[in-house]
Design a protein around this ligand. Structure first.
Ligand code: IVH
Length: 678
């Protein structure tokens, strides 16, 4: 191997090690030590080396988490040992009965200790490692034979592809098979559903079904797009010295780099165990995932194994189940909400009912298809579930208890707020109110515009938003900036001071930076992160409004759907009017001092550029000439005086420097636009 090649091969190894480590810090320990940006750069560098030397790509490379072809079907795999189930205890008295049974089988149980772990409501998986490499992963299946879902499991970020993750950690046994649970955190699930709802797509019922469905996707690309998580809790088999206790197992797994719950506890008496079970029941909402109970395990694994099984349930462990957070109540009516994007969402109005100490009066019904699929009728008795922080939802009707008076529900043909006809876009399950002037949409839009992550207009809550709309003072978000004190004083509850305060808050919001204004516009799929990415490329809304779908897709993190949504948003006449009004009102933040792009040769006058990386069409000399022809200056190094860094493929260290100095980035398309090319 030539010297240079040797150096690259070494760099590749270092990069992989570092990326695995940072991935672990982020996804397992939740304690990253570098920024996302720096992480992305490491990954980009690795990708570049692998693109140059495809023969160096190995399955455990961090670039290989996604990217495999969809499979036709899953291959069956026989587990190396039976993947057992658990008997249930439905209260502490059942725990005591379990103890009394097992102590009779083996009196050593009288002196044993226990581990209590959350019982994660997910999907059991079996993971095989050879010489530290993740080589196979399977679902539990029937406990004897499961399905090979290796490629899908690779997309789970917290799953270590190579052990030990920390190079200073202990060496793994040469062969190791572990068991864990794949699941989705409640927060991630809610975010996923919110995004789907905004995009007019079907929302998911609960985290467990979503995790199970995602893991059994034939297309790993789809699995990768779901926020799957993993926690590992036992060793099925392995070579070499294996721990003889459950606490030892959890510690070893953790030190190898597996994600292990930090919510387990170790107890020396059964009374302690029962106490902790009861306290978990009350504290279950502290867990970031859905748990349907806790698992009590005899800590001495050899004793547990000696106790044997009853059917598929080992005697050495038992599941203490939390009471189901599921009740039956009457569906009184179905209401329909209109969202910010005009999407209509049905919700259930219920006979109020106590679920796990919380009175539930409403529940989500997802979409109109869901009501039809489940044949949910007005007046039905319905099963309602509320688990953790998940929004209560209707599982389905209790058809056996129908009186015959129940009425089928028909989706509205007109918007419940403005009365205009509703539309169903092809390929989407959602119905939309497409009336841009619909007050319900306007209210949601305004609510979003003034919210904390957006323009942050303090003191402008939902009540005032509703008042402004109802009294015709505001017809779009831009009208906020031309509100007059006299008009405000006409509103109920408004006196001098309140009006002054509100106007002052609105005034302050004018100086919000560009990413916040982009977020505030409420474009589908454009949250704070995407808005920040966009403002790295486009200096103001004018430039962004002219971006083509192709331009947008060149930005990392922006896929075809978001790019399309952005282009569509700016194409709508009502939105163009809002932009014009914002511009006229002076609400037009710019990222760097720059002239408005104007056609003509001197459009870059007064601006200084630095170029890094290879541009798609312009050569190094070509870009220099282009900038100079348009009146701009090109220098070699980034400084505070640099107006823009023009970034191409494989940028160098200038990018980092520019980022530190807060210098604005442009790609070639952005540069051309700035120069006035259309
Ligand atoms: S131990 C012999 N520990 O619960 C050991 N299971 O109802 C059997 N589960 O199929 C499993 N969290 O999928 C164990 N901390 C945990 C668990 C757990 C969730 C699941 C597992 C199992 C089911 C049994």
């Amino acid at each position: 191997m030539a010297n240079q090649e040797q150096a690259l091969a070494e760099r590749l190894q270092t990069l992989r090690r570092e990326i695995h480590f940072h991935n672990y810090r982020y996804h397992v320990l939740d304690a990253p030590v570098i920024s996302d940006y720096e992480f992305d750069r490491l990954l980009a560098e690795l990708r570049q080396i692998e693109a140059e030397y495809p023969e160096w790509v190995t399955p455990d490379s961090p670039t290989q988490r996604v990217g495999s072809q969809p499979a036709e079907r899953f291959v069956k795999v026989r587990h190396p040992a039976p993947i057992l189930s658990l008997a249930n205890a439905f209260g502490v008295q059942d725990v005591r009965l379990w103890y009394e049974r097992v102590v009779k089988v083996d009196d050593r149980v009288a002196n044993t200790d226990y581990v209590v772990e959350p019982k994660i409501d997910g999907l059991s998986v079996v993971l095989h490692y050879r010489t530290g490499q993740f080589v196979q992963g399977a679902t539990r299946g029937d406990g004897e034979v499961g399905e090979d879902v290796t490629t899908n499991l690779r997309t789970v970020r917290s799953l270590p592809l190579r052990l030990p993750v920390d190079p200073h950690g202990p060496q793994p046994p040469p062969y190791l098979v572990v068991r864990g649970e794949v699941f989705i955190n409640i927060q991630d699930f809610d975010d996923l559903n919110r995004r789907l709802e905004e995009a007019g797509e079907k929302t998911y019922l609960n985290p467990r079904n979503t995790a199970a469905g995602s893991l059994r996707q034939l297309d790993p690309g789809l699995t990768a797009s779901r926020p799957l998580n993993l926690l590992v809790y036992s060793i099925i088999t392995g070579e070499g010295d294996l721990p003889v206790t459950q606490t030892g197992t959890l510690e070893l797994l953790r030190s190898l780099g597996f994600p292990v719950t930090r919510h387990y506890s170790h107890h020396v008496t059964l009374d302690q165990v029962m106490e902790v079970c009861q306290s978990w029941d009350a504290r279950r909402s502290e867990l970031p995932f859905e748990a349907d109970g806790v698992v009590i395990k005899i800590n001495d694994l050899r004793l547990a194994a000696d106790l044997g099984f009853v059917g598929k349930d080992p005697r050495g462990a038992i599941a203490f189940k939390f009471p189901a957070q599921e009740v039956t109540t009457r569906l009184i009516n179905i209401g329909v909400n209109v969202g910010r994007t005009g999407v209509l969402t049905p919700y259930a109005m219920l006979d109020p009912v106590d679920i796990g100490g919380v009175i539930v009066k409403q529940a989500t019904l997802h979409n109109f298809d869901y009501i039809a699929e489940k044949d949910i009728r007005l007046g039905d008795l319905v099963r309602v579930k509320r688990a953790g922080e998940v929004i209560p939802y209707i599982i389905g009707p209790v058809e056996e208890l129908r009186s015959g008076d129940e009425k089928p529900f028909l989706p509205p043909q007109t918007c419940p707020t403005c009365g205009e006809p509703v539309e169903n876009l092809s390929g989407e399950v959602a119905w939309y109110c497409v009336n841009a002037a619909c007050p319900a949409q306007l209210i949601r839009n305004l609510e979003h515009f003034v919210s904390r992550g957006a323009m942050d207009i303090v003191g402008l809550g939902i009540k005032i938003v509703e008042q402004l709309v109802a009294n015709g003072l505001v017809h779009d978000v831009a009208d906020l900036y031309t509100l007059k004190k006299d008009a405000l004083l006409q509103l109920e509850g408004f006196a001098e001071k309140k009006a002054d305060n509100l106007l002052q808050s609105i005034e302050i919001s004018r100086s919000q930076p560009l990413p916040r204004l982009i977020t505030a516009l409420g474009i589908r799929g454009v949250g704070e992160v995407v808005a920040a990415d966009l403002s790295r490329y486009f200096t103001d809304l004018g430039l962004l409004s002219h971006a083509s779908q192709e331009d947008l897709q060149t930005i990392e993190g922006i896929g075809p759907n978001i790019a399309q949504a952005i282009v569509d948003w700016f194409a709508r006449p009502a939105n163009r009017l809002v932009l014009e009004k914002l511009y006229k009102a002076g609400v037009w933040p710019k990222v760097a001092v720059s002239p408005q792009p104007a056609a003509g040769t001197q459009s870059l006058l007064g601006l200084t550029f630095v170029v890094t990386g290879a541009l798609p069409t312009l050569s190094r000399e070509g870009v220099k000439e282009f900038i100079q022809e348009h009146g701009g200056k090109v220098t070699d190094s980034v400084s505070k005086k640099t107006s823009y860094l023009v970034v191409g493929e494989a940028p160098g260290s200038k990018l980092e420097k520019a980022r530190q100095l807060g210098i604005h980035f442009l790609d070639e398309a952005g540069l051309r636009r700035l120069a006035g090319e259309r």
